[in-house]
Design a protein around this ligand. Structure first.
Ligand SMILES: O=C(O)[C@H](O)[C@@H](O)[C@H](O)[C@H](O)COP(=O)(O)O
Length: 237
């Protein structure tokens, strides 16, 4: 398997946000033209908001688009840690307010039960997913594939089976819910949105190393098509 990427580099986070928003809009518009519907899975964290805001203003048939999450923390939607809350605040606004949203949260503190319920909730999601946008930590995790997760081997191998998996990892903070490796790598297009020198170096190190596979490398190697890496120096804001 090749760890092939297509690199898109920008001078600022704002330029990146605009370019990634236009690329995602093109992918979703084409999917709606081809099959009448489109699906988008986005990641949480501190990096995406400028991209989310740029995407929310893109002109496309949002009423035919379903948005979901690459992963979620096991917290209520009202929590500041909630990715569903982040997407509601920054993406499902403006033109994108017309999109459907399927979150991963359900009212249980049992992460395994939550993963089962989330998999059921996503059974109506148009698949393969048309566009997946990943983030990455400097520890080379992506989605909620944390290197110290008890089930990391299963997460990185798990192409088949439920679309949402439970994750418990000391470095993750709360227990997590994550799309499966198969759901992510089977997507029509995968983009990785990272900012800052530290993350660029971490990615290049993961792709160079022959050692124990870093989660981001496992995803890039298994992706059906080359992953589009969108990078800019850390934005000042
Ligand atoms: O729920 C999450 O935290 C994300 O889905 C996670 O995978 C994120 O993309 C990385 O941790 C990068 O996070 P930052 O953008 O905050 O660096």
């Amino acid at each position: 398997m090749s760890a092939e990427t297509k690199r898109h580099e920008f001078a600022t986070g704002e330029e990146l946000a605009d370019a990634l928003a236009r690329a995602v809009a093109r992918q979703l518009s084409n999917a709606v033209k081809t099959r009448g519907r489109a699906s988008l899975a986005v990641s949480g964290g501190s990096t995406p908001p400028p991209f989310f805001r740029a995407l929310s203003r893109q002109k496309l048939p949002w009423e035919n688009v379903t948005v979901t999450l690459v992963d979620e923390r096991l917290v209520p939607p009202s929590s500041e840690r909630s990715n569903a809350r982040l997407v509601a605040q920054h993406l499902l606004q403006n033109d994108a307010a017309k999109a459907d949203f399927i979150g991963l949260h359900s009212d249980t503190n049992d992460v395994s039960a939550a993963a089962e319920r989330a998999s059921t909730a996503l059974s109506s999601l148009p698949q393969p997913i048309d566009m997946v946008v990943l983030g990455m930590g400097t520890d080379k995790h992506t989605a909620s594939f944390f290197p110290d997760a008890a089930n990391i081997s299963e997460l990185l191998e798990g192409d088949d089976g439920p679309i949402v998996r439970p994750v418990t990892a000391p470095s993750a903070g709360e227990p997590r819910l994550t799309l499966s490796m198969g759901a992510i790598t089977g997507a029509a297009q995968v983009a990785l949105h990272i900012e800052g020198i530290d993350k660029k170096e971490a990615l290049n190190e993961a792709l160079r190393s022959q050692g124990r596979q870093a989660p981001i490398r496992a995803v890039i190697e298994r992706a059906a098509k080359p992953v589009h890496v969108y990078w800019a120096p850390k934005s000042a804001s």
